[in-house]
Write a protein that binds this ligand. Structure first.
Ligand code: ATP
Length: 357
C-alpha cells in the first residue's frame, strides 16, 4: 500500500506484566472496511483503542494521514468511535443525541446544526425521527443514532467496537448490510472489532485475524477462508474438518481419505503439533442411492445428523478414521434425509484439501 491512511509500526502494549500487543505492523487504506477479528482477549479492542488514542502504547508509532499521532489525545485525532453499549442519552431526543456529536463545534449556528443533524439522520435511515425520545427506540434504532452522532462531523476513520453484538440475529444481519451500504456511501475508513467471524467475512474488504496480541493472518475474506495460514486460523474461520496425516516424499496418507500426491492438494500451511489434513464441509458431497461419481469416493458411517431446514449437516466417520468429519448438504425437495448409522459414500477432492504441517 503506497499511501495508507493509517500506519501502525512496532506497536507493543504492556499492562503491567501482561503483554497485550506484541509487535503490530499494519497499514489500513483510505475508504477501506477493515476488521480486527479474534477470540476474546486477543487484543483487538486494545488495538482499536490505540488507534483512537484512548490507550498509550508502550512502544511503536501510530500515524494517520501521514502525521505521527502516537502521543495525541483522542479528541485531536481524525477518528471517532462507536461503542458496543450505545451510550445514548435516554432523556434526550434523537436529534439532541445526534447533535451531541457537534459539541466541539461552537462556531456553528443553530441552522447549520439542524442541517447537519438532519443529514446525519438521513444517512442512517432515521429521517423524521429527530423529535422522538431516545428511550423509545429499538436496539437497532439506537445503534443508528450512535452512528449518526459519530459520523456527523465526517471523521476520517470510524472505529466500531462490536457495535452489533447487543442486537438479535435478524437485526444484526440487517444492520450488517446497512453498515456496508453506509460505509460505501460516506467513503470513510471503517475499522470494526468483532469476535464473530461471519460478521467479519460478510462486511470487510480485509480482515486481520489476531491471536495473543499478534496478527496471525491479514487477508481478504475469501483468501482467509480458502487458504488459512495455519490451523488456528482455519479453526477460527468457519468449520474445518481435520484428519491425521502422514507425509512421505511427495505423497501424503490421510486417515479415511487414503493416499494423494502433495501436488494435488489445495495448499500447505504451517501449524502447531502433528500434521493434519483439513477440508471444509461444503467441499465434499454425500452420494445418495446408487449415485455414481467419477472422482474420489470415501466410505463411512453416519454418526450424527443435524437438520436445518434448507441444509443438513452430516457427521460421517470415514472407514479408517477415528473421528467424524462434517459434510454440509443443501436439502433437495423430495430427497430423504439419511439416518444415523446408515452407510455413507462421500465424494471429495484433493484440490479442496489443505495439509497443515
Ligand atoms: N486496562 C487494562 N489493564 C490490564 N489488562 C488489560 C486492560 N485492558 C485489557 N487488558 C487485558 O489485555 C488483553 C486484551 O484485551 P482486549 O480487550 O484488547 O481483548 P479483546 O480481544 O478485545 O477481547 P474481548 O473480545 O473479550 O473484548 C486481555 O487479556 C485483557 O484482560
Amino acid at each position: 500500500m503506497t499511501d495508507p491512511l493509517i500506519r501502525l509500526r512496532g506497536i507493543q502494549k504492556h499492562y503491567g506484566d501482561y503483554h497485550a500487543l506484541r509487535g503490530i505492523d499494519l497499514d489500513i487504506g483510505r475508504g477501506e472496511f477493515f476488521s480486527l477479528l479474534g477470540p476474546s482477549g486477543c487484543g483487538k479492542t486494545t488495538l482499536l483503542r490505540v488507534i483512537a488514542g484512548f490507550e498509550d502504547v508502550t512502544e511503536g508509532t501510530v500515524a494517520i494521514g501521514g502525521s505521527d499521532m502516537t502521543r495525541l489525545s483522542p479528541n485531536k485525532r481524525p477518528t471517532n468511535m462507536v461503542f458496543q453499549s450505545y451510550a445514548i442519552f435516554p432523556h434526550l431526543s434523537v436529534a439532541q443525541n445526534v447533535a451531541f456529536g457537534l459539541r466541539k463545534r461552537s462556531d456553528l449556528n443553530n441552522e447549520a446544526r439542524e442541517t447537519l443533524v438532519e443529514d446525519a439522520l438521513d444517512m442512517v435511515g432515521l429521517d423524521g425521527y429527530g423529535a422522538r425520545a431516545a428511550h423509545a427506540l429499538s436496539g437497532g434504532q439506537r445503534q443508528r443514532v450512535a452512528l449518526a452522532r459519530a459520523l456527523i462531523l465526517r471523521p476520517k476513520v470510524l472505529l466500531l467496537d462490536e457495535p452489533l453484538s447487543a442486537l438479535d440475529k435478524k437485526m444484526r444481519e440487517q444492520m450488517q448490510v446497512e453498515l456496508i451500504r453506509l460505509q460505501r456511501h460516506v467513503g470513510i475508513t471503517f475499522i470494526l472489532v468483532t469476535h464473530d467471524q461471519e460478521e467479519a467475512l460478510v462486511m470487510s474488504d480485509r480482515i486481520a485475524v489476531m491471536f495473543e496480541g499478534e496478527i496471525a493472518q491479514l487477508a481478504e475474506a475469501e483468501a482467509l477462508y480458502r487458504r488459512p495460514i495455519d490451523r488456528r486460523v482455519a479453526e477460527f474461520i468457519g468449520v474445518m474438518n481435520f484428519l491425521p496425516a502422514r507425509a512421505n516424499g511427495d505423497t501424503v496418507e490421510v486417515a479415511g481419505l487414503g493416499r494423494m500426491a502433495l501436488s494435488e492438494l489445495q495448499s500447505q500451511a504451517t501449524t502447531h503439533g502433528d500434521p493434519v489434513a483439513g477440508f471444509r464441509p461444503e467441499t465434499a458431497t454425500l452420494l445418495f442411492d446408487g449415485q455414481s461419481h467419477d472422482g474420489r469416493v470415501a466410505e463411512g458411517a453416519i454418526a450424527e445428523v443435524v437438520y436445518y431446514g434448507d441444509m443438513t449437516y452430516y457427521d460421517v466417520t470415514l472407514d479408517g478414521a477415528d473421528r467424524p468429519v462434517r459434510i454440509s448438504m443443501r436439502n433437495v425437495f423430495g430427497r430423504p434425509v439419511l439416518e444415523i448409522g446408515a452407510r455413507a459414500r462421500v465424494a471429495w477432492s484433493p484440490g479442496a484439501v489443505t495439509l497443515f504441517r
